[in-house]
Write a protein that binds this ligand. Structure first.
Ligand code: 4AD
Ligand code: MG
Length: 430
């Protein structure tokens, strides 16, 4: 009977078959320990020479790292560890004997690992990250549906910029000239909510960011949520609810993965509490008091975000930024027209910015002005301005970066490990 490693607990004492790969091997004289992985988890197989046929012992001796195998044997409880099971192997079939596997159990440089990303993905840490990523995606979909959002996807080829013209990727587009890869589906989500009330998109977006940091990809996944009749404060509540839901979901469903990743889960648990809120103005003052030389009107860098959150157990909202450093679509603050009703959400533990959100300018004339002042081509935004002419309503939304969130939950340093095949300024392969 074929069984998945994750289901072993229900088969103690039974003879079963695991189909998978040899992850690692250790021999101690007449006993061979074969660590197997099947995609769903890991299990240690034990081959004892005196109990095994000559053929099985030979197979155990000759099997190489990452060979594909079928191992049949009896499931036993680990002699010492709770909830850990072993396979007393009686039969071992090698499906394909792997050549010298390039990734050994030793330190490799990041470039070497990235060049071998197609193989590196099999390592336990990368396996764990892919699973946490999937859990986060599931949590996002669940939470949003509970909050009455439905999924309406946005296009990738777009005629105009959403987040400024400096990070656009142009693509030749037949007789129509140049298309740009989407930087965010937000503007389209704004159109869709006027039909369905609340919606979100979830897909790849593109930024020709020249930044070589541990947080920037040129292709990353964003979930843009948008809601009609939601204003600034409620927008923040939805974001906080989402992030806390993700944390809870991962703590509950990804226990094994977070152990493999050596993530401090006590810290994560503490993040599931009311978030802190600073205005941009307060944030700058706090930063200056802590020794940063940031000036009013500057964007927050990585170091500033780290400094601001270093003693915080919960993520921090920074709201109401100067309009000059934020995109054209953000609604002005009625109490101070130099500010906008927006927020950035900064994670704990050096996670940095996870979310950018805002209430949207719903006044056709003010929006038209902002588009002109930003030097954007009004013609391209005519359809977007239409949304303010036909039943305009207060509305808000936000975008959460999937890889940034995976990075934070997993506690990995570099965002390139949070997506199967990362694209950065210097990497297009494999
Ligand atoms: O703050 P951003 O630029 O906001 C928007 O694009 C809005 N239109 C979203 C909206 O309101 N619907 O990007 C949102 C998030 C960031 O907070 C960050 O998590 C992530 O996307 N992000 C990146 N992730 C990886 N690599 C990059 N180059 C990223 N740029 C932004
Ligand atoms: Mg941002």
């Amino acid at each position: 009977m074929n069984i998945l490693t994750k289901d072993l607990s229900g088969h103690v004492g039974e003879t079963i078959t695991i189909k998978g790969w040899l992850y690692n091997k250790r021999s101690s004289g007449p006993i061979s320990f074969l660590e197997l992985r099947d995609g769903y988890g890991f299990v240690q197989g034990v081959v004892v020479q005196k109990d095994a046929s000559e053929a099985v012992w030979q197979a155990a001796e000759s099997v190489t790292q990452e060979s594909s195998v079928e191992a049949t044997g009896v499931v036993t409880k680990h002699p010492k560890k709770e909830n850990v099971f072993e396979l007393q192997i009686k039969d071992l079939k090698i499906l394909q004997l792997a050549h010298d596997y390039p990734i050994a159990n030793k330190e490799h440089g990041p470039d070497f690992l990235m060049d071998n990303r197609h193989l590196w993905l099999r390592s336990s840490k990368q396996w764990a990250i892919m699973r946490v990523r999937d859990a986060i995606i599931t949590a996002i979909n669940e939470y949003l549906h509970q909050e009455n959002f439905i999924r309406v996807d946005s296009p990738i080829f777009t005629p105009n910029a959403c987040e400024g013209t400096t990070t656009l990727f142009p693509v030749p587009y037949f007789d129509l000239g140049t298309a740009y890869l989407s930087q965010s589906g937000q503007l389209y989500s704004e159109a869709a909510i006027m039909s369905v009330g609340r919606c979100y998109d979830f897909g790849p977006v593109f930024r020709a960011e020249k930044s070589k940091t541990k947080r920037h990809l040129t292709e990353f996944w964003m979930m843009d949520a948008e809601a009609a009749f939601v204003e600034h404060d409620e927008n923040l509540k939805i974001q906080e609810g989402l992030v806390r839901y993700i944390v809870r979901y991962c703590l509950e469903r990804c226990k094994e993965e977070l152990i493999i990743l050596e993530r401090n889960t006590e810290r994560l648990k503490k993040a599931d509490a009311p978030f802190t809120r600073y205005t941009y103005d307060e944030a700058i003052k706090k930063l200056n008091a802590m020794g940063s030389d940031i000036k009013y009107g500057d964007d927050l860098g990585n170091d500033d975000e780290g400094l601001l959150t270093k003693d915080s157990e919960v993520p921090v909202f920074i709201e109401k930024w100067p309009k000059t450093i934020k995109p054209f679509y953000m609604k002005r603050d009625v109490n101070n027209p130099d500010l906008v009703c927006n927020d950035d959400l900064i994670a704990t533990d050096g996670g940095g910015e996870l979310i950018g959100g805002s209430q949207r300018e719903d006044d056709a004339e003010l929006l038209f002005e902002r588009i002109k002042v930003e030097g954007l081509n009004v013609e391209d935004y005519q359809w977007y301005l239409d949304l303010r002419k036909y039943g305009s309503v207060p509305h808000s939304g936000f975008g959460i970066g999937l890889e940034r969130t995976v990075r934070w939950i997993c506690g990995v340093e570099h965002v390139r490990e949070t997506i199967a095949f990362p694209r950065t300024i210097g990497r297009l392969k494999p």
